[in-house]
Structures are given as C-alpha cells and as structure tokens.
Write a protein that binds this ligand. Structure first.
Ligand code: CA
Length: 225
C-alpha cells in the first residue's frame, strides 16, 4: 500500500518513513506543500499524512487544492493544543487528525482504519450493549445519552472498543493511547480508566468496563454470557 507523507520536519519525516516502511507500506516523502500537492494529485495514494505547518503551501492549502480533485483519505498532523486546526482540517475534508507528538502505533491504527474504511466502506460505528461509538465523528453515547469525553478518554475508549471482549494490558493501552515511549511505572492509565469508567459506567447499573486484576482491562457486555 502506498502512502504519502508531507512533512518538512526531517526528524519526524524520517521516523515515519522508517516506521511505515517496516510495516510494509511503500512511502513517498515530500518536504513542502507544493511538492506534496503535486505528488498527491499525480499518484493514487491509499492515505496521505499531511502536516499543517509547511513551507510553500500549508496543510490547509494542500488539502483544499487536493479535495477539489481527489478524495484520497488524509490524516492531518496538528499541534496537540490547536483544537481550531483540527476542526478546520476536518471541516475542509481531512478524514482524521493526530496531535503532535503522537504515538506511532496510534498512527498505524488510524491508517489501517482509514484504508479499511475507504476500501470497503466498513461502518465506523461500534456498538456494545447500549454503548454507541462513532469513530469518525468521535462521539460516544450510552442509552442514547452523549458521553462528554476528553480527546484522550475517547482515544482510550476507542482502543478498548476496537478490541472489545479482549483483555488489554496497561502497557498495550499506554502504547496505543499515549506516547510510544510511555513509562509503564506511572499510573496514568489507571487514572484515565477511572475517569472513563465514571463517565461510561458511573450512572449505569450494567457495567461494561472491567478490571482484570494483574492483567489489564476489558470492555465487554457480560450480560450476554
Ligand atoms: Ca511542519
């Protein structure tokens, strides 16, 4: 599968290039917006990974010009705090975004989700009992009531939901939701799980998020057993 990375920061570009090549993708690199747009229009990529801050033409300019002619799936790389950039990107036709710094595993998961979505039009909603998760609009609800989740809480819920019924270790969760160089001594996963659990299961008698002592966490509807 061929992907295009449009990123001027050499270190990030090299890191992505190496990582994605190892995952079996064939990778093209562009270090500025104009070259990136040219390549994006010229070739049919499975996904384009597009940085916002670029010399020549910024990410939004590239996206706008690209969308006038092609619907190649685009993941935008935004600064973590720039919520405006994310909203603007999604509004202008980006399919997904990742806040920098991002976890490589999260990027790969997003890439896989996007390529699956674009090739088979697979639904992007997950239902577990009365829990509904829309991975595209990034909304979740239980029993029809919207869950007010932070971006991290939503990411955590998505990771658990994509593999619901499976026990995920703290380390695995940490790698997928936080940075790849996560220090597993911290209790950040536990704290986040606690917050998510309060919102997800707090008001409900029927619990979906379970702790498996010494192993990790699992999201599942145990009433089905
Ligand atoms: Ca940049």
């Amino acid at each position: 599968m061929r992907v295009l990375i449009i990123e001027d920061e050499q270190k990030t570009a090299d890191y992505l290039h190496r990582g994605l090549s190892e995952q079996g993708y064939s990778v093209d690199l562009a270090a500025d917006g104009i070259e990136g747009l040219h390549l994006g229009l010229e070739h049919d990529y499975a996904v384009i990974i597009l940085d916002v801050m670029l010399p020549g033409l910024d990410g939004f300019g590239v996206l706008r010009a690209l969308r006038a002619r092609k619907q190649t799936p685009v993941i935008m790389l935004t600064a973590r705090e720039q919520v405006d950039d994310r909203i603007r990107g999604l509004r202008e036709g980006a399919d997904d975004y990742l806040g920098k710094p991002f976890s490589f595993l999260e990027l790969v998961a997003r890439l896989q989700a996007l390529t699956r979505r674009s090739s088979t039009q697979e639904p992007v909603q997950i239902s577990i009992d009365d829990l509904r998760i829309d991975l595209l609009s990034r909304k979740a609800s239980r029993a029809g009531v919207r869950l007010d989740l932070t971006a991290k809480e939503f990411a955590l819920l998505s990771v658990l939901a994509r593999r619901h019924g499976e026990i995920l270790s703290k380390t695995s969760i940490a790698e997928q939701v936080w940075d790849i160089n996560f220090d597993s001594d911290t209790n950040v996963v536990e704290v986040a799980i606690k917050r998510l659990r309060a919102k997800l299961d707090g008001p409900h008698e029927h619990k979906l998020l379970h702790t498996i002592r010494g192993m990790g966490y699992v999201l599942e509807d145990r009433r089905a057993d």
